[in-house]
Design a protein around this ligand. Sequence first.
Ligand code: ZN
Length: 373
Amino acid sequence: MEGRKRVKREAHPFGKSWYIGSYSNIPVKVHWSFGLLLLFIVYTILTNEMKMWQAIAYTMLVFAVFACVIMHEYGHALTGQKFGVKTVDIIITPIGGLARMNRIPDHPAQEFLITLAGPMVNLIIAIVIGFLFYIVTGKFSLDMTTYNLNHPTEFIRLLVPINLTLFLFNLIPAFPMDGGRILRSLLAVKFGKVRATRIATQIGKLLAIGFIIFGIFDQQIILALIGLFIFMMANQEYDQTKLLSIIGHTTVSELMQTSFTRLHLGDTYQSLIEKYQNGERNFLVFDSIGNLSGTVPELFIKDFIDQEKDPTLTVNQQMSSKTRIIDPAMLLKDAIDTMRDDGLAILAIGDENNIIGVLDRNTIEKYLRSKAG
Ligand code: ZN
């Protein structure tokens, strides 16, 4: 139940999804488009004129495959946990699962293992079920073309070739699919993460186009959709990797503003608004002897303007008492983490006796936007 409470109200990067349960503090959510798969199941059942229990077996098979997909994602997520990479959630879509991790692992070897763990889960499922099936029935076949849902054992047997297919398909080096990630982690040893991602992205896009063309001609709509998804995600992940590399190499001193307004506790909001209109967005507040004693984030100022509050209101009546002084040599990446963890919109730079500059959220956003283009 704990997991349910912790799921934050956050933006849905892929659209709405529903929580269905969690294991090891990692929630599983079903994406709205999964509903399309249910329609597809109904469509298949009706057009193939299945008997009632064949329809049930078919539906159960689809759900069993998705259970395997969820286990595949947990393979990634639980291996990630070992290396301190947190999985925010696992999202299930009709074209597969997605373990959304809070960061890309630092070391290529970690990415290699985290990624390999997913397909390995499918291989293990295939071997275990195949082995047990052979022991119990004394026969075995990997045939997927002539299956017979009339027989209950077929349901179990089919899970073997399906999991083998999932294992092999995921190893196709189409970044950001698992095989592409494995390729990226191997390339990163020689070329560094950014160039490795660039190469893997280009190979991934080429393969994605292949998936789309083959999918359309062979009427494999799911394959075409996977191709489309890979194509869209590849660039996005490259941009993200590039930005992560930039913030991991830039120091705060390169971005800080050395000319900034020092507000005093008794300053009025009216005087503050003038500074705001001149371009500064977030402010530091000092007491009468020059000690840092708070901040006024843009949020407060907008709020003040929106609610048309009394302009004689002073800064100390409405400010945040949270502050943080950081070293100019701090990496931008760590500064961003500090801001997020402490809920700050502006950081003071220097030391307690001598604050030499500021860095705020807006400056960082502007900088990253200029680098992303
Ligand atoms: Zn995977």
